[in-house]
Design a protein around this ligand. Structure first.
Ligand SMILES: Nc1ncnc2c1ncn2[C@@H]1O[C@H](COP(=O)(O)OP(=O)(O)OP(=O)(O)O)[C@@H](O)[C@H]1O
Length: 635
């Protein structure tokens, strides 16, 4: 048998192993239903076994392994997307890529062998094993991996795929960072930040399954298109219980129908609003000016106004969430009534307590009213002055003043802040935030509230900041996110964008006003063409001669005319996406055509950053139509 045949025989071994696991899981469902002692445990066990059987049965069929490690001690491990058990009493046939032994596969090199003699990577065509390449670490041989190069250069079709077979050492360190540690990844375009974030989610769920199943893992992306693009990666890795959403959707309490002026939005997203909102909410609490008198049969129980005042003051000082503070005032007031009643020999049973609670509620309500975020915010926006004094300028106050309210996207963030002052929101065990440079301080606070007892993986690129409030410094942003001590790590090797395109993008970098290291491209292939304004159709036609996806990117306002122009020239192919510059963040296309960069730049205050994003979407080829706003020395 040739070596390849031996490996193919091992593939059959894996399929048998998978079938064994599936049969075993199904058998356990049947047995499990009859062995559990009581109904509750029977149900729980049954559900667990069924979901295991379902997971195994429904797992997308892919290559069972992607790599092999031959250790110096003679052990050999096959690594795959999921574990495959061996026969009873035998070691596993395939080890999960997240298991501790797999670390050596990703990180060992001749200088630090980690007990590895040889690393083998496999090439597949669908489910057929087509070849492998070996890298011997004990004789210091280094091979430039053809399999990695092929993976990076393959034409992009459909959504994002996992990178388990080719995770790079610097990426692996981030994927496997401790759960307790919050990290911030400053990643230049195409360095794999998003991939790292998704694989980190899968890794953490594997390493800390119980804890994270209880508290949950949340992934936040910039928009729906992006979530659609990354949505299939975690299920392919066997993880389906991860919430993936956008910051806007996470915070949405009411429907957003209104729109803010640029100035109003800037004020509402400013950190000072946190203090303004706190004042507006706690301004609802008033000093009790009357004693509480409660009639109880022949008795009247009294709580003097200074006693009620003391209770209210103490609850305020305890800095509890507003609703819990109110509960405390209520229960302490009832306790005073109860003490008087008991002194008179009255038994305080549950119905009596309920009656007394009802009786004192109006007095407590007058001092510490029950409120909804919406009514507090409506009150604040109709007349900010009493709460904004000394915090917002008169001009800023005027910018946010509005008598009638259709809630805006920025209002949703403020409502969430108020809701967070009223009650603690649901927290997560781990939150992964992508494109985090674009978050406003108030959005950061909303995420911090949800990860107070958990940790964060923050991914972003300061150079790709396009919102008016985009961060220019990670230390500041991590403070806003509630993790000021987080480690900031830079990834600079780009796996998407070819060197010629990276060079062009790096030239814009100097003008973006942020301090980030330039990207180095892993790829020397690819091409860049600068063309005249009349060559859009020609560029798209040429692009269609190659395999893969084509993104035609233009300023948002130019889109309808551009789409009409392409249609008029008979260009209608499902591989071509005509995209507004504002929606391409995080996406990639084999061939990118950026139409009139000057218009992209002119469209918004951070237009240059927007252009930087657009140019760096290209996997293989980039056409720029029209003049580029880069300094002298341009090609
Ligand atoms: N180790 C790797 N092996 C194979 N492909 C990789 C690897 N790392 C990254 N890639 C590929 O490079 C491309 C860029 O990755 P990703 O989108 O995660 O980068 P990013 O840093 O989030 O980019 P951007 O900020 O520009 O949106 C993707 O196609 C991804 O699959």
């Amino acid at each position: 048998m040739t070596e390849l045949e031996t490996e193919r025989a091992y593939v059959d071994e894996c399929r048998k192993g998978l079938q064994r696991m599936l049969d075993g899981a199904r058998h356990n469902v049947i047995v499990g239903e009859s062995v559990a002692g009581d109904r509750y445990s029977a149900e729980r066990l049954g559900r667990h076994l069924k979901s295991l059987a379902k997971e195994l049965g429904e797992a997308p069929e892919g290559p069972p392994f992607f790599g092999r490690l031959d250790l110096e001690d003679g052990h050999r491990h096959y690594l795959g997307r999921r574990h495959i058990s061996g026969e009873t009493g035998q070691p596993p046939v395939v080890i999960d890529w997240r298991a501790p032994v797999s670390t050596a596969f990703y990180r060992a090199h001749a200088g630090e062998r980690r007990g590895v003699a040889m690393r083998r990577r496999y090439g597949w065509s669908g489910l057929t094993l087509t070849g492998f390449e070996d890298e011997r670490l004990d004789d210091g041989e280094r091979v430039a991996s053809r399999i990695l190069a092929a993976e990076l250069e393959r034409p992009r079709v459909g959504p994002m795929r996992d990178i388990v077979a080719t995770i790079q050492p610097e990426q692996d360190e981030l994927v496997r960072a401790e759960l307790e540690e919050s990290i911030c990844v400053q990643g230049a375009p195409g360095t794999g930040k998003t991939a790292v974030g998704l694989h980190r989610a899968a890794y953490l769920l594997y390493a800390h399954r119980q804890r994270l199943e209880r508290h949950g893992v949340l992934i936040l992306g910039p928009n729906r298109a992006f979530l659609g693009y990354i949505g299939a990666v975690l299920p392919a890795l066997g993880e389906v219980d991860v919430e993936q959403t956008t910051v806007d959707e996470l915070l949405l309490r009411t429907s957003v129908k209104g729109e803010d002026s640029v100035e109003a939005a800037a004020v509402k997203h400013d950190e000072r609003m946190a203090a303004v909102l706190r004042r507006a909410l706690y301004g609802r609490i008033t000093k009790p000016v009357e004693p509480v008198a409660v009639r109880d049969g022949a008795f009247v129980w009294r709580v003097a106004e200074d006693e009620l005042r003391r209770i209210v003051d103490q609850a305020r000082r305890a800095a509890l969430p507003y609703r819990i503070g109110r509960e405390r005032v209520l229960s302490q007031t009832v306790a005073l009534v109860r003490r008087q009643a008991e002194l008179r020999g009255r038994a305080a049973d549950a119905p009596w307590l309920r009656r007394m609670t009802r009786a004192v509620t109006p007095a407590v309500e007058a001092a510490w009213p029950n409120v909804k975020p919406e009514e507090v915010l409506a009150g604040l926006l109709s007349d900010p002055a009493p709460h904004a004094e000394g915090l917002l300028s008169a001009r800023e106050q005027a910018a946010i003043t509005r008598r009638r309210h259709a809630w805006t996207a920025a209002d949703a963030v403020l409502l969430d802040e108020l809701a967070g002052l009223l009650d603690h929101p649901k927290g997560y065990g781990h939150v992964i935030v992508d494109e985090a440079q674009d978050l406003s301080p108030m959005q950061c606070r909303a995420i911090a509230r949800r990860s107070e007892y958990g940790s964060l993986t923050v991914l972003g690129d300061l150079a790709q900041g396009t919102t008016p409030w985009a961060a220019r410094d990670w230390a500041e942003q991590m403070k806003n996110l509630g993790k000021p001590d987080a480690r900031v790590i830079a990834l600079t090797t780009g796996f998407r964008v070819p060197a010629v395109v990276v060079e062009l993008a790096n030239r814009l970098l100097d003008q973006l006003g942020v301090n980030v290291p330039p990207t180095r491209s892993f790829r020397s292939d690819g091409r860049l063409k600068l063309r005249g304004s009349d060559e859009v159709e020609l560029a798209v036609r040429e692009a269609l001669e190659h395999e893969g996806s084509i993104g035609v990117i233009a300023a948002d306002a130019a889109l309808p005319a551009l789409a009409a122009r392409l249609a008029a020239h008979g260009i209608d192919d499902e591989r071509v996406s005509v995209m507004p510059a504002s929606l391409v963040k995080g996406l990639e296309y084999d061939h990118v055509v950026v139409v009139e960069p000057a218009a992209v730049v002119a469209a918004e205050p951070r237009g240059l950053n927007r252009l930087y994003v657009a140019l760096t979407r290209a996997v293989s080829r980039l056409d720029v139509i029209g003049a580029l706003p880069v300094p002298a020395g341009s090609p």
